[in-house]
Design a protein around this ligand. Structure first.
Ligand code: SF4
Length: 704
């Protein structure tokens, strides 16, 4: 290498929704295989104030070029960009001409930057004119999004990280923060040392549960029962904030009626949740005693066929007790991906348009006018799982997968592979070869984290810049540029941006367009940024009104974004899991992530330090269940469900609930084909959010 050391660049970590600021100094031969990167936490970034977790600290070990896609290819033959782009444009155009606008689809990713997401939506929803664009965020927080929309009128996360510092009680609902959001967890540990109380609701005794004041190892999918029981108990104790409700919230009567249909006695709730009455009471007492409460809810809540109901049950409690819009008090959806919100903002989900607008005719027309796109979609498209079902059924005949690996990460991943195999035209743009690129007719090399430049929005609505540390290797290009070229190849106007700064400005202008301040997703204060302002942009939380100031906390004045400005409590009733356990499959398989890996390991799998923590696929099982079928700790174990089979090493541990199994979801064909877990999962979906039930599949474990 040249050995030249670049100056320090401030960017954002790509590995979780905390959105930590990173200072990076790139060195080495920038075009060869010896790129080096020294990283440290950015002390000036409000999310992490200089800290990084194990994944962030290992970023330097994952910038090598092994496994990278570096040139476009068509059916395995190297092609020029011009050739590849022209082919994609032609095949999409021809497919639409023969089979209609809904015969094509994009499946995109929370790895995309907001500018990429904006362009993808403008192309598919605006100019192709189909709603068929969905994102892997569907697997992450689609249920929370749907709950926010019902309760608040839009997908709004009310709180900010300071609320975590200020709360007296933090409830972790299906959230193993110690592993999944480590830097926030350190902040919470510091608050705990000052007296903050922690309650963890999780069938597993995770590291988060280990140090908590109270751990409720609830039965699978009993969360709605637990939160409804809490609301009923607060009502019995006279602890609802009825003045707040009278002034700001609708729906309490309907919710009380729904609660009355179930036995809300402590004994009945505890029995249904599979926990001791004393533990249930301890939770309710802590909640009663600490009005400054933050309820973090994450995958354990969202990844469920009743994920929206779980979210609503949590929001109901916060609305009824007035624990929202105040320092240290809020329900807080905490999400997985670095661009936790950018996709939701720009319309990355099949059921929304850009700027928190949906398909109501006036919203749709407003977006269509702004884009000058008369064919803008009039109806939502297919959500992730349904999208691949439509591919398999032959209804979608051309699909473009960007920066995600559905052949591994979607539930019933075997069926997804069949769909891709059968699809007449598959385009994959990614920075690396993955299990999914194996099915691509056209592979397009995209920039990786260290080369991309744009913005992301983290879990507290904070927009931060990701900045390039290295020049593009090989032929790799920014996702937005690849899409803009294809759009122009299809003959569409409005895709001629010079840079990501102009895309961002257009996007910010859309949020303000005919908005008149009626929406909280308002970036008017950023809509006249010059390229220089954009280059120098510092982290800021939306809404950013015309005065250019950010907004840490929403609903401070008790006004929500519903037509009448009032929050909405929504009645929800408990339901069991989508598939009940049976004699053949008597256990509940739960899947999730581990501390040091990210998604399908395509990047973190390259860092030796990150692989050491859990080098092989494993399955956790309680000692009593292991003994019953003769499984020994460390032994190869076969896990089967109605969908398929996996082999993993047994970890016999009483951290696991009796009757439950846990498998990580990271392993792929490249790392350990027999240890893949997502092809075991039934595609049972929440009827509203379309989010799959990753946290419960009837299963069986046997010695290998
Ligand atoms: Fe990166 Fe998340 Fe770790 Fe922060 S907490 S360094 S954003 S992985």
């Amino acid at each position: 290498g040249s050995g030249a050391i670049a100056t320090t660049v401030r960017t954002t970590c790509p590995y979780c929704g905390v959105g930590c600021g990173v200072s990076g100094a790139a060195g080495g031969s920038q075009m060869g295989g010896e790129r080096t990167l020294a990283v440290s936490g950015d002390p000036a970034h409000p999310a992490n104030k200089g800290r990084l977790c194990s994944k962030g600290s290992a970023l330097g070990a994952t910038v090598g070029l092994q496994g990278r896609l570096l040139e476009p290819s068509i059916n395995g033959r190297v092609a020029s960009w011009g050739e590849a782009t022209a082919l994609v444009a032609k095949r999409f155009r021809d497919t639409i001409a023969r089979h209609g606008r809904d015969s094509v689809a994009f499946y995109v990713s929370g790895q995309l930057l907001t500018e990429d997401y904006y362009v993808a939506n403008k192309l598919m929803k605006g100019f192709i004119g189909s709603g068929n664009i969905d994102t892997n965020s569907r697997l992450c927080m689609a249920s929370a999004v749907a709950a926010h929309k019902q309760a608040f009128g839009a997908d709004l996360v009310p709180g900010c990280y300071e609320d975590l510092d200020e709360a007296d009680l933090v409830v972790f609902a299906g959230h193993n923060a110690a592993w999944t959001h480590p830097i926030l967890f350190r902040r919470l540990e510091a608050a705990k040392a000052r007296g903050q109380k922690h309650v963890v609701i999780d069938p597993r005794r995770t590291d988060t549960a280990e140090g908590a004041d109270l751990h409720l190892a609830v039965a699978p999918q009993s969360d709605v029962r637990l939160w409804n029981g809490l609301l009923a108990e607060m009502d019995r104790r006279g602890l609802l904030d009825l003045d707040y409700v009278a002034e700001h919230v609708n729906g309490i009567d309907a919710v009380r009626e729904a609660l009355a249909q179930d036995d809300q006695s402590l004994a009945a709730v505890a029995a249904d949740c599979g926990i001791a009455v004393e533990d249930l009471l301890a939770f309710y007492d802590l909640f009663a005693a600490n009005p400054k409460t933050v309820s973090l809810f994450s995958m354990g809540s969202n990844q469920s066929a009743q994920g929206v109901a779980k979210g609503l049950a949590i929001l109901n409690v916060h609305l009824a007790t007035g624990r929202i819009g105040k320092p240290g008090s809020c329900p807080f959806s905490i999400t997985g991906q670095p661009n936790a919100m950018g996709g939701r903002e720009t319309g990355g989900m099949a059921n929304t348009l850009a700027g928190h607008m949906d398909f109501a005719p006036e919203d749709r027309d407003r977006v269509a006018r702004f884009w000058g796109a008369p064919h803008t979609a009039r109806a939502p498209g297919l959500k992730a799982v349904e999208m691949f079902e439509a591919v398999r059924a032959g209804k979608i005949k051309a699909i473009w997968v960007m920066a995600t690996n559905p052949a591994v990460s979607l539930p019933d991943a075997g069926a997804v592979r069949e769909a891709l195999e059968a699809c007449p035209f598959v385009v994959v743009s990614d920075c690396v070869e993955t299990d999914t690129t194996a099915y691509a007719h056209v592979k397009l090399p995209a920039l990786a984290w260290a080369e991309k430049d744009g913005t992301v929005t983290n879990s507290e609505r904070r927009i931060s810049r990701q900045r390039a540390l290295f020049p593009a290797p090989g032929q790799a290009r920014a996702d937005w540029r690849i899409m803009a070229d294809v759009a122009q190849g299809m003959g569409f106007d409005g895709f001629g941006w010079a840079s990501q700064a102009s895309i961002f400005r257009e996007w910010a202008r859309l949020t303000a367009y005919e908005n008149q301040g009626s929406r909280l997703l308002d970036l008017s204060g950023l809509s006249s940024m010059t390229p220089h302002d954009y280059a120098a942009m510092t982290p800021i939380q939306w809404p950013v009104r015309a005065d250019g100031q950010g907004t840490p906390r929403l609903f401070v004045d008790g006004r929500f974004q519903t037509p009448d400005g009032r929050g909405r409590m929504v009645p929800v009733r408990p339901k069991g899991p989508a598939d009940a356990v049976s004699d053949a499959f008597p256990m509940s398989l739960n899947t999730g992530r581990i501390r040091d890996q990210w998604h399908t390991m395509t990047r973190t799998g390259l860092a030796p330090d990150l692989c050491r923590h859990a080098p092989e696929p494993f399955v956790e099982i309680h000692p009593r269940d292991a003994k019953a079928v003769g499984i020994k700790d460390g032994a190869l174990t076969r896990v089967s469900t109605a969908r398929g089979e996996a082999v993993a090493l047994a970890r016999v541990t009483d951290r696991q609930r009796v009757g439950g199994l846990f498998m990580p979801m990271h392993w792929t064909d490249a790392f350990a084909p027999s240890g893949k877990s997502n092809h075991l999962i039934a595609p049972n979906l929440d009827p509203v959010s379309g989010q799959p039930e990753f946290k419960h599949t009837p299963a069986r474990a046997r010695p290998y």
